[in-house]
Write a protein that binds this ligand. Structure first.
Ligand code: AHG
Ligand code: MN
Ligand code: MN
Ligand code: MN
Length: 289
């Protein structure tokens, strides 16, 4: 099942075809390099390598005007300005959950296709999604039309669900950060949710959000006492995941409004991230009001 916009199809096909190579390329690249990324995180060899591989291929697509990544300080201009309306900007988290490399747990690749120059509001997204390096390599692609899940194998992308929708009844939750670092109002909300749902937290946004998409529930990485803006990046994690979950019938929030409505100041802005079933996000926003 291809995506109707030919440039978006070219972007997602490039990521899908690269996924098997990235998964294989994790082997031998689990150590760190002596560099930090713009968020001040020590980079894994695989972070840098996946970014170089995806950056080269995506920036080379006709119709892609900008490439930006969690691992690069600045936007890569590809010669066409998305602000002119005839090119897209692609924002990528090349390897999400790279701290799971050491423990060999789930990781992902996240992408957002913005119809605007970066940094941009999530409302300008035309497509977003992620690759999940689980026991099976799967890909979720959300567009204006639908949210579809694929199994990836040998460069092929086979659709396994052409209408991914959040189940009505929430089952799982996962909250990042340390409990003593949670503001009191979030902690009160979290305690209620902990009494109602089952804990699923794996340390990689993509793995945890895919549990919410599959079983219903909520994932949050809240603003912390020590860091009110939270940990996750708006352009590379919050917006793409918020778009996917909203297109799948759920909601996203920074605690106050949809993530897609948050106006970015800078490319690597962090934001509190909450996604999941309507009523859970509604209760969160009421708790933080
Ligand atoms: P990344 O590896 O791209 O930097 O992302 C890591 C993020 C996200 O994947 C996950 O939800 C969160 O960090 C986990 O943070 P903690 O290790 O603080 O739980
Ligand atoms: Mn990182
Ligand atoms: Mn990430
Ligand atoms: Mn990453």
């Amino acid at each position: 099942m291809t995506v109707s916009d030919p440039v978006v199809e070219d972007i997602v096909a490039t990521i899908s075809r690269s996924a098997t190579e990235i998964r294989q390329g994790l082997i031998g690249r689990r150590g760190t390099v002596d560099e930090e990324n713009p968020s001040g995180e020590t980079q894994a060899k695989a972070d840098v390598w996946a970014d170089e591989l995806l950056g080269e291929r995506l920036a080379g697509i006709d119709g892609v005007g900008q490439y930006a990544s969690e691992e690069r300080a600045d936007v890569v201009d590809c010669g066409v300005d998305p602000a002119d309306g005839d090119a897209y900007a692609v924002a990528v988290d090349p390897l999400d959950g790279s701290s799971n490399l050491k423990s060999n747990n789930t990781m992902g690749t996240i992408f957002g296709v913005y119809d605007a120059a970066l940094p941009a509001r999530g409302e300008t997204l035309v497509a977003a999604g992620f690759v999940l390096y689980g026991p099976i390599t799967t890909m979720v692609i959300a567009t204006e039309e639908t949210v579809a899940e694929y199994e990836l194998s040998g460069g092929e992308r086979n659709v396994v669900d052409d209408d991914v929708t959040l189940p009505d009844e929430p089952v799982v939750y996962g909250f990042g950060g340390r409990v003593p670092d949670w503001p009191a109002d979030f902690r009160e909300y979290a305690r209620e949710i902990e009494d109602e749902l089952k804990l699923r937290y794996g340390g990689a946004l993509i793995g945890d959000v895919n549990q919410v998409l599959t079983y219903g529930g909520t994932f949050g990485y809240p603003g912390l006492e020590s860091r009110p803006e939270g940990k996750l990046r708006l352009q590379f994690e919050g917006n793409p995941i918020g778009y996917v979950v909203e297109r799948a019938g759920g909601r996203s929030s920074n605690g106050d409004r949809s993530l897609l409505a948050v106006e970015p100041d800078a490319l690597h802005d962090r934001t509190p991230v909450h996604v999941g079933n309507d009523e859970l996000i509604e209760r969160l926003e009421a708790a933080l009001a």
